[in-house]
Write a protein that binds this ligand. Structure first.
Ligand SMILES: NC(=O)c1ccc[n+]([C@@H]2O[C@H](COP(=O)([O-])OP(=O)(O)OC[C@H]3O[C@@H](n4cnc5c(N)ncnc54)[C@H](OP(=O)(O)O)[C@@H]3O)[C@@H](O)[C@H]2O)c1
Length: 248
């Protein structure tokens, strides 16, 4: 048993940068053919595509929060690739604000992009995997969905929702050999955390037992493991990748 993904097709949502691009790279390096999804960063997505080892990869630009776009996007991927063995629901956004200042639109956008998208993509992925009676889905949650965070009630609710959704679907599809798990990153160096002030950053680092922010590759490694035969008896699980932060 190893981390060989030759002849496997993998969809990674939100793969034009940050954690998603690292996940795509790791699966490509392990031999997989990658469908890279993104929303708007055309140039960055092209760059990521160029750096992927192997061949047969493709870019699929669609908004994971819009049902019609998800349907069209996944239909195209299945037409091009034939099948999907692994799907990583990684796309996500933040619209941080304390409750009394949070606009309805801040709530809706985060719930739609971070949670509804997981429902939309998973529904179609499961449908295609049921026929093969095989597949692995990984949903990117967050430590914030486990602890809560002032100023991030929308994001925390969406990320906690992903964990409950994942467990429910794991129960629905376990008998068909489809596994569905979450990965819950701590604080990872990407565009999403770039705007944190020095004070906030220092506050986080003081609380991380391992003393540093994580790298996108740390999350990619966890995804590779969860999708591999090494995790063949693991479903409905949330893998914490946070340098020990959840214990503090
Ligand atoms: N960074 C962290 O510390 C951290 C911690 C815990 C969890 N996470 C989670 O990890 C995931 C990736 O985070 P990141 O830090 O890598 O974020 P990022 O650098 O901001 O990248 C976000 C990615 O999601 C894509 N995206 C956003 N909205 C989309 C939509 N509606 N449809 C399709 N794609 C969309 C973006 O595409 P465009 O470039 O085209 O906009 C981009 O590729 C997110 O779910 C995030 O919540 C991150």
């Amino acid at each position: 048993m190893n981390l060989d993904f030759k002849n496997k097709n993998v969809l990674v949502t939100g793969a034009s940068r940050g954690i998603g691009s690292s996940i795509a790279f790791a699966f490509a390096q392990a031999g997989a053919r990658i469908a890279l999804n993104y929303a708007s960063s055309d140039e960055r997505a092209q760059e990521v595509l160029k750096t992927l080892p192997g061949s047969g990869h493709g870019l699929y630009k669609f908004d994971v929060a819009q049902a019609d776009q998800v349907e069209g996007g996944i239909e195209k991927i299945l037409k091009d690739f034939g099948s999907l063995q692994v799907v990583v629901n990684n796309a996500g956004i933040t619209r941080d604000q304390i409750l009394l200042r949070m606009k309805e639109d801040d709530w809706d956008q985060v719930m739609q992009t971070n949670l509804k998208s997981v429902f939309l993509v998973t529904r179609l992925a499961v449908k295609s995997m049921l026929k093969a009676r095989h597949g692995s889905i990984i949903n990117v949650s967050s430590i914030i969905g486990q602890t809560g965070q002032a100023g991030q009630s929308n994001y925390a609710a969406a990320k906690a929702g992903i964990i409950a959704f994942t467990k429910s679907i794991a129960l629905e599809v376990a008998s068909r050999s489809i596994r569905i798990n979450c990965i819950a990153p701590g604080f990872i160096e990407t565009d999403m955390t770039k705007s944190l002030s020095e004070d906030v950053r220092k506050g986080i680092l003081d609380r991380v037992p391992m003393g540093s922010m994580g790298k996108p590759e740390d999350i990619a490694g966890g995804c590779l493991f969860l999708a591999s035969p090494l995790a063949s008896y693991i479903t409905g699980h949330t893998l914490d990748v946070n340098g020990g932060l959840l214990m503090n």
